[in-house]
Each structure stands twice: as structure tokens, then as C-alpha cells.
Design a protein around this ligand. Sequence first.
Ligand SMILES: C[S@@+](CC[C@H](N)C(=O)[O-])C[C@H]1O[C@@H](n2cnc3c(N)ncnc32)[C@H](O)[C@@H]1O
Length: 376
Amino acid sequence: MAGIYIHIPWCRNVCIYCDFHFSVSMRNRLELTDCMVKELKLQESFLDREIIDTIYFGGGTPSVLNDQELSKILSVIFSLFVVSNDVEITLEANPDDLSISYLRDLRKLGVNRLSLGIQSFFDDDLQWMNRRHDKNQAVRCIKDSKKAGFNNINIDLIYGLPTLNSLKWKENLNIAFKNKIQHLSAYHLTLEAKTVYAHKIKMGRMKEPDENKGIEHFEMLMEISHKQGFIQYEISNFCLPGFISRHNTSYWQQKRYLGIGPSANSFNGYSRQWNIRNNTQYIKLIKENTIPCNFENLGVNEKYNEYILTSLRTMWGADVSLIERKFGLEFYDFFIKEAKKLIFSGKLKREGSYFKLTTSGKLFADGIISQLFMVD
Ligand SMILES: C[S@@+](CC[C@H](N)C(=O)[O-])C[C@H]1O[C@@H](n2cnc3c(N)ncnc32)[C@H](O)[C@@H]1O
């Protein structure tokens, strides 16, 4: 089974922290949508006719597209690829875009999973981020999504913000669970270079994320979501049983996927490719029948490091027998030697051939994982 990711490269405004690729100019929207349709045709053979069981509209902000534009893209996917009968179709949406009639149109198109960019239920946090919606719209869009027939709803929240204290974070989680969502993606605020946030810090007008606050919020997140019956199946992803995101999990389980649109990346088992992060250039190259990407064939070290990075972030962990089988004895010995030190310090645990982060390990996941990387 394989996946298709479509990157919708527009946003209605600039969130101060975000370094994903997007443009606020929608002047070339028709042309670019047609180019994405054409890219699907150019890339038709990338996945070797493997069955598609997940389609994901990410961004940017996919909910800027109307139902005809989304329908155009979906019908080309269904005509070019073999799509599974129970395909998961996710669309990332912003609360300020969602009317009941638009949500009903999405259901009619076959979208069966919504990912709502809520970020916080407090107006001062939302204003700090430069979001367009307010707390009332945040709550209303969850209720409206259910009314329109969605029963697989994710919300994105961000913690560790300078304006967010522990009481507010607890309240954000309470509101989320009270509204009976099925999935929660909660991200620690990351300071990305070249964002408005980074610029404001440089000018002394904003503070950097506070590490200690981030750790406290993460501990609260793990405890409260567990009490609500949510499984932490990846560091930042929590869900009720039966609602694991098929699409995101396929990235963590090294499945193949095709990424369409500016900045999208693709993986076919042995190489990775990245599309250009520029809407105008993307259009120009697609019109010349060129796939606008760079690619890299992955060497054994890169494949091993990627396996460590993706598997250890999940509840399934890294399988040492797979490491031996796929990468050889040298990698097996190296992994066991480093893992022993981490087990001794309480950051890692072993269950049969699987190695998993402990709760205290999850707090320092990035550092721990990089200790297990093979460097040249
Ligand atoms: C690129 S956004 C697109 C989704 C949607 N358009 C929105 O704005 O809500 C995907 C998610 O990544 C998260 N995100 C993006 N940049 C982040 C950052 N610097 N720190 C933490 N989370 C971030 C946000 O939670 C966001 O909902």
C-alpha cells in the first residue's frame, strides 16, 4: 500500500512561527492547480501501480480550495492510480474557512478525515500566532464538522508558547477532549529560522520558547491524554483506539508515497525527491513537462538513520532483528552498544527485539535518537 500527498501552497495570512512552503498571493491559483493535475500525470509510474490507501491534502492551507478544485485533483488521482475501496482521505483545514455547506461538500467528495489547525482555544495565543480565527470559531468548527458527518477528526495544538501557561494548556486539552475529537497532534513550538517569530526575537520584541515550560506541557499532555484513553502512538500524535492516522504512519513505517505540488517530497523505497519551493518556478517547469525536483539515492547509513529516527518516535519502536537483517552485523552491534547505555540511564527499554523510548526518554527524544545515528 502507498500514499499520495498533495501540497496546497497558499495561506490567507502568515502564522509567525511557520516555515512550511506557502504564498499569500493566490493570483496563480487556477494555473497552479492545473499544474498539480499535470504533475500527477507526469508522476503516474512513480509508485509502480501500488495500491493507494491514503490521500492527504496538506499545506499551506488546503481549505482555501473550493470543492470543484479539490474534485478536479481527486478525480485525476482516481483515474490514474489504483485506489483502495477504504482509502483514507485527509484534508487539513483552518477554522475560519469552514462553513457547514463546505464541510458537507468535503464529505460528498469522499474526504473522511479532517485535520483542523486550531493551535489554541485562547484568543491571546491565537493573536500572538497571527491566526485568523478566534476561540469561538475553533470550538464551532469541531461541532460543525461532526454535524456534516465527520467522525474522524484531528486537531492540531501548539504548546510551549510564551503566552501559554500551564493552566491555559490544561484548559486547551480539556476543551479538546470535551469536544470528543478522535485524534490530537500536539507540537512543541519550534523556533524556525527566517520566520516572523525569529525576526521578532532578533529585534528583542519576542521571547524564545522556554524549554522548561515545554517539558512541563509535554508531561501534562502525556498524562491527560492517557487518562482520556488516548494512545500516544508517536511523540506528537495521540488518538483513540482505531484512529491512528494511516497517512502519517506510512511515513514512519517507510512506506512509499508520492508528493505532488511545490515543496512536496516523495519516497519510493530507494530514493527521495523534493519538489522546488517556489510556485512560479513550479508552474514554469511543469509546463515544460519537467518534474521540478531534486533527488537523492539513499545510502545504507542514511537508510539506517532514517529507520532509527522514524521508528523510535513511535510506540512500536525500533526492531533490532530488522536492523540486523536489513543493514547487517556492523549496524546491529553499533545499535546494541549504544542502546545499552540508554537503557542504563532509563531513557530506553527493551521488549523482545523491540527498543522503545521510556516516558523520560520521550522528553529528550531528539538527543537520544541522534546518539543512535551512524555517522560516516
Ligand atoms: C503547516 S501547518 C498547516 C495546517 C493549517 N493550514 C494550519 O495553519 O493550521 C501544519 C501544522 O504544523 C504545526 N506547526 C507548524 N509550524 C510549527 C512550529 N514552528 N512549531 C510548532 N508547530 C508548528 C501547526 O500545528 C500546524 O497546524
